[in-house]
Design a protein around this ligand. Structure first.
Ligand code: IMP
Length: 177
């Protein structure tokens, strides 16, 4: 039986939706008429990306990339690999990377380097949450949602050992069982 960590509410679904709406307005302003490719970094961004594009009422494309990330527990494995790559060509396209969270920044730095080599017309980052206290490498977040404390968070796509992705609100894991 898996342990039951204590969760405390950090952002309600209403706060999250207001943030998603604000980010969508900024993205719409910059990408209208550019037919961008929004690339969700799996798995954590799936819920955010699904909500975000509902507010983007203009032609765009959706892609996913899956990288090796955290193993079990909270520390990053440190080594990043592409587990599932892209189906479409990004050369000459306007590309927006959609992230659930920027923590150490290593994943974002990796994905920006990986996509940058494919020569997109532009390459930017949208992150729903940002944990700046843990940054190991600088990342320029072009569309910035919510700043989170140096705590492990779950819900709205974010997991703790594959659990809690389905929660509609975002919680802090107070004790890791
Ligand atoms: P980074 O490479 O350290 O910036 O983190 C990248 C990935 O680690 C994110 O896309 C998440 O999947 C995961 N991650 C980092 N912090 C958290 C957290 O607080 N909760 C859940 N997942 C996290």
């Amino acid at each position: 039986m898996s342990s039951q960590p204590k969760l405390s509410l950090l952002f309600t679904k209403d706060e999250i939706q207001a943030t998603v709406k604000k980010l969508a307005a900024e993205i719409r302003r910059d990408y209208l008429g550019k037919q961008p490719i929004l690339i969700g970094v799996l798995k954590g961004s799936f819920m955010f990306l699904a909500d975000l594009i509902r507010f983007l009422d203009f032609p765009l494309e959706v892609e996913f990339i899956r990288l090796s990330s955290y193993g079990r527990g909270r520390e990053s494995a440190g080594k990043i690999k592409v587990v599932q790559g892209l189906q479409s060509k990004v050369k000459g396209r306007h590309v927006l990377v959609v992230e659930d969270i920027v923590d150490t920044g290593l994943t974002s730095a990796f994905v920006l380097d990986y996509l940058g080599k494919k020569k997109p017309a532009s390459l930017k980052v949208c992150a729903l949450t940002d944990k700046p206290s843990r940054r190991q490498t600088p990342v320029n977040i072009d569309y910035h949602g919510l700043t989170v404390p140096d705590k492990f968070i779950v819900g709205y796509g974010l997991d703790w050992d594959e659990r809690f992705r389905n929660l509609p609100d975002i919680y802090v894991v107070e004790n890791e069982g």
